[in-house]
Ligand binder design. Sequence first.
Ligand code: 28F
Length: 648
Amino acid sequence: MNQDELLAPVTESYDENSIQVLEGLEAVRKRPGMYIGSTGERGLHHLVYEIVDNSIDEALAGFCDKILVELLDDGVVRVTDNGRGIPVGIHPQKGIPTVSVVFTILHAGGKFGGSGYKVSGGLHGVGASVVNALSSWLEVEIADGSHIYSQRYECGNIKEDLKIIGDTEKTGTKVTFKPDPSIFTDTTRYDFDILLSRLREQAFLNAGIRIVLKDNRSDADLPDREEDLCYEGGIRSYVEYLLEKSKKDKLNENVIYLNGSQGDSVAEIALLWSTGYDTKIMSFANTIHTVDGGTHESSFKTALARVINKYGRTFKFLKDNDANLKSEDINEGLVAVVSVKLTDAQFESQTKAKLGNTAIGTLVNNIIAEKMMNYLEDHPAEAKIILDKSIASSNAREAAQKARELQRNKSGIAGKTRMPEKLTDCISDDPTKTEIFIVEGDSAGGSAVEGRNSTYQAILPLWGKMLNVEKARVDKVYGNDKLTPVIVALGTGIAENFDISKLRYDKIVIMADADVDGSHIRTLLLTFFFRYMPKLIETGHVYLAQPPLYRVAKGKRYFDAFTDEEKDRYFAELGGDADVQRYKGLGEMNPEQLWETTLDPEKRTMLKVSMADAELADQVFTMLMGEEVEPRRKFIEENAVFATDLDI
Ligand code: 28F
């Protein structure tokens, strides 16, 4: 049955008419889920969005710039805007005030040739009547520049004629409603933060519109809250906001903003790269978040990959026989908002969260192909940062792939895996008692082998002499299979093949000097563990050895000092005339010294690496992947320490 059949011929009296209208809204009360998705918490909040959407439509038409949303006692919500006010004149077809049509006739918007707005979010004007139908009561007040009009409804029914309640010079619409508890049986309690996040999104997507959210509920347990949301930068500000929320740093300094139009459709795109690896692409159609993407989002991704590769080839970031960069490499760290507005949005899928219009995909594609290319050409320094990052991501991905293949080949061998040549294993194979020391350099490795407890302590020297910091890119290290001996010795495998039950040692101790090269080697290993064996850290198996810096001795008494302060203290304690010997590095200790200071479980100091450091390692990794040598070196120096719990 369509709406025309439901409606009686128009008469002057709304009483008669409203009986028919009632039938229309009764359908909404019978099957609320069809109109607002659910009658749970989501549906409850949806009511507010429907009303606010009408104000936003008025704002997009250029007549409103402020929207106030207030939460009142008893589950009541009030939305006020300073638009033109919903028309109060008699509707030519319905014979009742237009405002009454808007609130009591289902599909009012659709029936009269859309909402009257070119681009509209929400349900195209059906929202007001749906909210009315699902409210115990709703009151609308309209200021038209001379009078204030008011009308009240209950469960969607007109309760009184539209009446004038005062004079005014202002214009605008105020809607106050109480969601019907007999419909919203789960909850009628509004969550400030849920509303805030959706309203903030709307404020970003509609640049310059001011939305104020106020909590005026008098509950004792609620603090008074007010949020004033207005973003002149629109989706540019949105990207900045998303980046700040991710707690990552910007990779390129400026948000790239591109837009274009085709007929009545417009598309705008804002993007920025962070130093992280997550990708955040948010797409919207008519300010509705298209969670499942659609033509606008997929065109964006494809076109972006194409243009980055094209730029990379033209400006020789990619050699002739290099493979193309993949989308996943380019998208690592990407934060982007794609917002399209179109008159005839077609949503696919049950959830209506996927856009189907093909023409808008073409528009987005053209914007990226032309304007992004121009942007990169006009900003070569930024382009280089973006290309370098994508290439580093690609290298890391390929290296990880290699490591996985290696893993697969290894696990294909029957029987006991052959241990790396450089590993001097311990005698015990009790994985609750054994320890492996990953030692920087061959000479320290030699001393460690001689000084260790051979029953429980295994030694694995790495790298021979440490690579030059400038040369030792993390991705190169992975690529050169430098970490293969570690993977094989630990026995667990990596990434999706990781199996903690195969771990061959209880403690994995990274033993490196307290200098820049040493902190670099720690960074490399920890980063590798974080990314490919995070469980190792989570379960507390990874440690950092702490070799002392000084020995302070007088006669037969001596102390090892791990910091300058400690050294000074011991020096004073021994009477101020003790010998102070500076340990030059692990490589220069003899086996006995190494045992006493670093290996002996009774005397040594070790730091247990915690997952809380994951965030930091995450940043370090990205920094290490960068091209710039100086910030990288500085960063490593400043972030040399990775451990929190002291474990003696
Ligand atoms: C708190 C909720 O709903 N604001 C609205 C307007 C203004 C007009 C309008 C709305 C007429 C026939 C569709 C005014 N003057 N806030 C709101 N402000 N609706 S809703 O018109 C609705 C159309 O059906 C408006 C001239 N044109 C439009």
